[in-house]
Design a protein around this ligand. Structure first.
Ligand SMILES: Nc1ncnc2c1ncn2[C@@H]1O[C@H](COP(=O)(O)OP(=O)(O)OP(=O)(O)O)[C@@H](O)[C@H]1O
Ligand SMILES: [Mg+2]
Length: 453
């Protein structure tokens, strides 16, 4: 399909200049309309709706700078390129400050003009694509709080819908930052319990000796420091949904207590005598493969079976990279709002870098990178230089180093280190073991737990 040619409005009062320019623009594949002065250009801009404006600066009636202001007020993102016979630095500075795309002096350097126009054409394409993404986001490009339209994400949404209708426990697994908590929330939102509380408790973030009281609550005086009674998460989420985040990090003893509750036993607060029942739907999540967590002794097998009525696997971002542009646009909007900025889109080169990167920290890492980029960009565009250095220069695989974002779990870091060392050692397990200071048996066990053979 031939794309529609880019429309240029040329504003110049010199007929000779008009002629030459028209020939060049035509050769470069642009569609051209001509105005001989600023007022005419302003009117023509309304009807012709050009993608790019090239304007002389010194003109009778409306000057190029005044025209620029007019055009900016109707469409601030439209590139305006100014040309002047007087190489006035002051005017150039002012024009650029007011948002002119570029500034050229006569006699014109046509190859320079051509490259400016080519860059503007690419920006235009990218701008249209980002507007299209924004429209998609307005219409809802995902599922509840989850953004993404890739095949794998759509499959996940379908599963969430099915599972939400039931009362059964669910186990959600996936790497760190993939959106497990959002999946749990949308499960709750889709369920009959949506009007009731949704409580998340993260076993990895609470000191071990406090987890039990967090989950089951305690009476005043149950232990030193229990100065007041404290309802647990089970009570707080009564009639609603309780997310037990990082279930494999929960102390094993507590896991068996949890199992008993899931099997219908009543709840008793720490230090309490009264037993009571609660009506809670339990969702558990883990960033390990649950079966491997069982094998390594971090997750009780019986609890796993009880939770695993339904299991949802949230894919890592590298397996749905086609969602990267949409997610990036979503986060641009989110952070524009948070920081009162007006970033429009990623320049083509920056978007390419995001698509090429492997995202070990998944959507969370993308979100963090976009917040930084939006703040650094400030203007309309996110340039490659606004992206974190490790995304600009991803260390090529099988070189001597690799970068992990802060926030990934130690288990994930270890997995990455082992797999990369092994790759560098040409899959020689003995050599990899030697470099890592581990014995081969340990490596084999690890590989098995990663599902790698
Ligand atoms: N599909 C998505 N659409 C929009 N935002 C997302 C999506 N997935 C993740 N996020 C955002 O990324 C961040 C990380 O998501 P979340 O906390 O749900 O991940 P997680 O899998 O629970 O990570 P962890 O294992 O580290 O707890 C959150 O800020 C979340 O809002
Ligand atoms: Mg989480």
């Amino acid at each position: 399909m031939a794309s529609t040619p880019t429309k240029v409005l040329l504003v110049d009062d010199d007929p000779d200049a008009q002629d030459i320019m028209q020939i060049y623009l035509g050769q470069w594949g642009f569609q051209v309309r001509i105005a001989s002065n600023g007022t005419e250009a302003r009117d023509l801009a309304d009807t012709y709706n050009p993608d790019i404006v090239i304007s002389d600066v010194v003109m009778p009636e409306l000057s190029g700078l005044e025209l620029l202001r007019c055009l900016q007020s109707s469409d601030p993102g439209r590139p305006v390129i100014l040309i002047t016979g007087y190489s006035s630095v002051d005017m150039a500075v002012e024009a650029m400050k007011e948002g002119a795309q570029d500034f050229l002096t006569k006699p014109l350097d046509y190859s320079k003009l051509k490259s400016i126009l080519e860059a503007a054409r690419i920006d235009l394409k990218v701008r249209k694509e980002s507007q299209e993404l924004s429209t998609q986001l307005e219409r809802g490009a995902g599922f509840g709080p989850l953004v993404g339209k890739s095949r794998v994400m759509k499959e996940l949404y379908k599963l969430i819908k099915t599972v939400a209708g039931s009362e059964a426990p669910v186990i959600i697994s996936g790497e760190s930052g993939t959106g497990k908590e959002l999946v749990a929330r949308s499960l709750h939102d889709q369920s009959a319990r949506s009007k009731e509380p949704f409580i998340a408790v993260n076993s990895a973030a609470i000191p071990q000796d406090l987890i039990e009281s967090e989950i089951f609550g305690h009476e005043k005086g149950a232990f030193t420091g229990a100065i007041a009674e404290h309802p647990g998460c089970f009570e707080l989420s009564n009639r609603g949904t309780l997310l037990l985040d990082e279930i494999a990090e929960m102390p094993i003893l507590l896991q068996s207590k949890l199992l008993r509750v899931l099997e219908g036993s009543k709840i008793r607060r720490l230090g309490g005598v009264k037993e009571f029942s609660v009506d809670v739907r339990v969702i558990a999540s883990t960033n390990q493969n649950p079966r491997h967590a069982v094998e390594s002794g971090n997750l009780r097998e019986d609890l796993y079976f009880r939770l695993n009525v339904f299991s949802l696997l949230v894919p890592p971002l590298r397996e749905h990279k086609d969602d990267v542009p949409l997610l990036a646009q979503y986060f641009i909007q989110q952070f524009n709002q948070k920081h009162s900025l007006h970033v429009e889109a990623l320049r083509e080169g920056a978007l390419k870098m995001l698509k090429a990167y492997s995202w070990p920290g998944n959507v969370r890492e993308l979100k963090n990178a976009m917040e930084r980029a939006v703040i650094m960009a400030r203007g309309n565009w996110i340039e490659t230089s606004h992206l974190p250095p490790y995304i600009q220069n991803p260390v090529a695989e099988d070189t001597s180093s690799f970068v992990l974002p802060l926030g990934v779990s130690a288990a994930r870091a270890q997995k990455e280190l082992i797999l990369r060392t092994l790759k560098k050692a040409g899959n020689n397990k003995a050599e990899a073991a030697r470099q890592l200071g581990l014995d081969v048996k340990t490596i084999l066990k690890k590989l098995k737990s990663y599902g790698v053979h």
